[in-house]
Design a protein around this ligand. Structure first.
Ligand SMILES: Cc1cc2nc3c(=O)[nH]c(=O)nc-3n(C[C@H](O)[C@H](O)[C@H](O)COP(=O)(O)OP(=O)(O)OC[C@H]3O[C@@H](n4cnc5c(N)ncnc54)[C@H](O)[C@@H]3O)c2cc1C
Length: 541
């Protein structure tokens, strides 16, 4: 040591990345195979090192250097564009070319929705901000396919090419899509929308006048929006550029100054006789856009499960190297309890998300899976997204002060964590959707019960939980005020059921730690006797 060195740096962990997020994650590899995506394992595996290496490294500047709105060019012409850091574009390009936004539309063989779910999970760990445009692009396709006239749009998502140029679709190799539902006077309550759509002649073309209060990824090539047509709320595709290359008549007013999600831009927009094409019938807007909503909600689950996984991996990595009071953090019994509790929560979130992805995959050919997908998405979106902020905060604390520092990635995860719970139907809305489905769609309730029954007889605690649930469901008519309580119980049962059928050390711990009443409200309150070592070994990155 020279005279100028005051100390040697000891007792700090090595860099977390680069690492292969697929090779690190036994729970993901098992879930992909279990839920029918095994044939596509090589494709997913190929994304693990890219996401955990290059994309992870690029994500820091993509967040730090936030998107900028440019309303006019230097000559005063309105341009309404958003400038992103170059890393944003590279991350988008890598994701789209690997199928994060289009795999099931490019390849309709069984299991591609499950494989894409795994890709989405890997991508969200590296960079959640770009996941918003990737998700909306992916989820728009079933809506676009309802209109034969919009076939080129769906085909250019399926092309899996990233082409960020601001030109008309005819000149593009690939497109991205956004969505505009929320208005100032109502987001959850879409019936209050005031944007008006006036037909231009007898065809599908309309002129839109009004606004959208949240309009993410405003550089998308097209947007699925809801507006009031003469016969009621209707779904439209609003292009950024008109077929002749001209700019469509909308103005980006400002970008939201968001808590997190900084690499992604979310705007406020006004439509000034903007041209749009009707998708589906007038008055059927909500029903038309519903397929998109279900897919985006699944991605909220996957995104939140991914944030949990990244936060957990960082916590385990740190605890495996950092020493305090004479031993590594991971050797301290209480820290082992915290980490094991986080690990079972993380795997339960992933397992349920991948199970729902399988239901989506099978939906076209299996009505029972389609019904299950509808109700399980609302249950899972509510619970997995709701658990994430508390989870990330706990993982952050495992790093001590280092977890409060930007370079550790935990602050970014912490800011991102609440978003999936808010957008695309906040918590209460999901729970009310579940009540509505149970009351009005007998096939949803039946598919849910069949799913839960499939794990009966494997664990006494689970069986008791299930019989309590069944008794309450049989009584019917749950009060609105009790919706969260019911949905939470259903979510825990679904997670336990998937884990029990999968086998492995996490299932028993999950049942004991979530269903038997002995667990506290905070993480790290697992009962004695649970095999922490097996759980930690399985989760270790
Ligand atoms: C970063 C970000 C990006 C977004 N991007 C987009 C986008 O691209 N496109 C888009 O359309 N929207 C977008 N949104 C908007 C988002 O989808 C809405 O904010 C969300 O759906 C909630 O709507 P709201 O804000 O109007 O809240 P409200 O509808 O006013 O709800 C406020 C609260 O009341 C609760 N609530 C509402 N009704 C009931 C009821 N009947 N019973 C009990 N509780 C109720 C809700 O659960 C919520 O907690 C984005 C939001 C964010 C934060």
């Amino acid at each position: 040591m020279t005279d100028f060195q005051t100390h040697a740096v000891e007792n700090q962990p090595p860099e977390f990345a680069p690492r292969d997020l697929w090779a690190d994650d036994v729970a993901l590899r098992e879930a992909l195979a279990r839920e029918g995506g095994g044939a596509h394992a090589d494709r997913v595996a190929g994304y693990g090192a890219l996401a955990g290496g290059e994309l992870y490294a690029l994500s820091f500047d993509a967040h730090r250097d936030r998107p900028r709105l440019r309303t006019h060019d230097r000559f005063g012409h309105r341009i309404d564009t958003v400038e992103f850091h170059p890393n944003y574009h590279r991350i988008m390009e890598a994701a789209i070319e690997h199928g994060v936004a289009g795999l099931p539309w490019a390849d309709a063989t069984p299991g591609t929705h499950v494989a894409r779910a795994a890709l989405c999970y890997l991508h969200n760990q590296a960079e959640p901000g770009t996941s918003c445009p990737l998700t909306m692009t992916h989820a728009a396709v079933p809506v676009l396919r309802q209109s034969p006239a919009l076939r080129e749009w769906a085909d250019k998502v399926a092309a899996c090419r990233y082409d960020p140029r601001d030109v008309a679709i005819a000149g593009k190799s690939g497109v991205t899509l956004g969505m505009g539902m929320t208005e100032k006077q109502g987001g959850s309550d879409v019936r209050t929308h005031t944007t008006r759509a006036t037909p231009l002649g007898d065809g599908d073309e309309y002129a839109l006048v009004g606004h959208k209060w949240f309009f993410s990824a405003p550089m998308s090539d097209g947007f699925l929006v809801l507006a009031q047509a003469p016969d009621g709320l209707t779904c439209f595709l609003l292009p950024r550029r008109l077929p002749d290359g001209g700019k469509n008549a909308f103005a980006l007013l400002r970008l939201k100054d968001k808590l997190g999600d900084w690499s992604n831009a979310s705007g406020e927009v006004e439509f000034m006789q903007a041209r749009a094409w009707r998708v589906g019938d007038e008055g059927r807007g909500v029903a038309t856009i519903l397929q998109m909503v279900m897919l985006t909600r699944l991605d909220c689950m996957l995104g939140s499960a991914a944030q949990m996984r990244m936060a957990l991996a960082q916590a385990l990595h740190h605890a495996g190297h950092r020493r305090a009071f004479g031993k590594r953090l991971v050797e301290h019994p209480l820290m082992r309890n915290v980490l094991a509790d986080l690990a079972i929560e993380s795997e339960a979130a992933l397992a349920l998300s991948m199970r729902v992805a399988r239901a989506v995959d099978a939906s076209a050919s299996d009505p029972r899976e389609a019904a299950f997908a509808r109700i399980a998405t609302a249950i899972g979106k509510y619970w997995v997204c709701k658990r994430t902020p508390a989870f990330v905060s706990e993982a952050q604390e495992c790093l001590g002060g280092a977890g409060y520092i930007e370079e550790s990635i935990l602050p970014r995860l912490y800011r991102q964590a609440p978003l999936n719970s808010i957008w695309e139907g906040s918590g209460n809305i999901q729970c009310l959707d579940v009540l509505r489905a149970l009351a009005r769609e007998p096939e949803s309730g039946a598919s849910l019960l069949a799913e839960l029954e499939a794990a009966a007889g494997m664990d006494a605690g689970y069986d008791a939980w299930l019989s309590g649930l069944k008794a309450d469901l049989a009584q019917g008519n749950v009060e609105e005020a009790g919706a969260r309580s019911l949905v939470e119980r259903l979510a825990l049962a679904l997670q336990a059921g998937v884990l029990l059928r999968a086998g492995g050390p996490v299932a028993d711990a999950f049942c004991r730690g979530r269903l038997d009443g002995a667990h506290g409200l905070a993480f790290g309150t697992l009962a004695a006797g649970i095999d922490f070592s097996a759980i930690l070994a399985r989760a270790w990155p």
